[in-house]
Design a protein around this ligand. Structure first.
Ligand SMILES: [Zn+2]
Ligand SMILES: [Zn+2]
Length: 265
């Protein structure tokens, strides 16, 4: 089957993804080099701390790349609509195609997306039914990585004893301190931004409401039956296995075949 790559042509979006990727690369290169390896040699941290940092970094970049390159749920041309499900479909007046209800036309990408949440410039892609789970993982692992980075920056400077291998007086005049300050600044920005985004995303899933529906104050959610949180999360992640909700190295399959997935094999 292979992994289909979804690519949105939008230079502004490429720039935003580039910024996020740069922040990730910066911390993944400098934090181990400046803090973790020297601190490990002096016995301040164990090898588990280093492995954990690289693991958080890997999970973060995989969810970023996958959320960015995954098909968010683009509608196929001329879908076959079963007669019994006709009432759940509507016509998009922008692309003149039938689409399941709760789909939305993204003007940035130029097509309709099933259960679209929003268009995110930071991943240069829509967040829709098929990649919402990757977007949530990205928010989660970015918080983990930036939170971990902030703790390490703090401990390195204020908590651990000065490194024996370098002169502390020289340290403040050399590039290490500047690099750490930049890392702290980016860490605060990423942790703050991602925490609030993650909170609104989680609240949206708990109430089974997309960001677009919330912003347009759409009335449909009130008419929908309230589902238990396990159900709404399982539908987003495509599995009831909670441990898999945290794993970006897998393929998502729709939980059950319903009108949402009728045209999606
Ligand atoms: Zn459309
Ligand atoms: Zn879009």
């Amino acid at each position: 089957m292979g992994l289909p790559i979804h690519f949105v042509v939008d230079p502004q979006g490429w720039f935003c993804v580039g910024v996020i990727f740069f922040i990730w690369l910066y911390n993944t290169l400098f934090i181990p080099k400046l803090i973790l390896f020297p601190r490990f040699e002096e016995g301040d941290v164990s090898s588990v701390a280093i492995w954990s940092y690289y693991a958080a970094s890997l999970f973060c970049v995989v969810s970023l790349l996958r959320a960015s390159a995954a098909d968010p749920g683009k509608l196929r041309e001329s879908p076959k609509i079963p007669l019994t499900e006709k009432e759940f479909w509507e016509l998009c007046n922008k692309c003149n195609m039938m689409r399941p209800k709760r789909s939305h036309h993204c003007s940035r990408c130029g097509h309709c997306v099933r259960r679209m949440d929003h268009h995110c410039p930071w991943i240069n892609n829509c967040v829709g039914e098929d990649n919402h789970w990757l977007f949530l993982q990205l928010c989660f692992y970015t918080q983990v990585l930036s939170g971990y980075t902030l703790i390490l920056d703090f401990c390195h400077y204020y908590y651990f004893l000065p490194l024996k291998s370098i002169s502390w007086d020289l340290f403040v005049f050399r590039h290490e301190l500047a690099l750490l300050r930049i890392s702290t600044f980016m860490g605060i920005l990423m942790f703050g931004g991602m925490s609030s985004l993650f909170y609104t995303q989680i609240m949206g899933i708990l109430t089974d409401t997309t960001t677009i529906e919330k912003m347009s104050n759409c009335c449909e959610e009130t008419s929908r039956a309230r589902k238990p949180w396990q159900q709404t999360f399982s539908e987003v992640f495509g599995t009831r296995w909670k441990i898999l909700w945290f794993i970006p190295f897998r393929q998502r399959r729709p939980l059950r075949v319903s009108y949402y997935f009728a045209n999606h094999v």
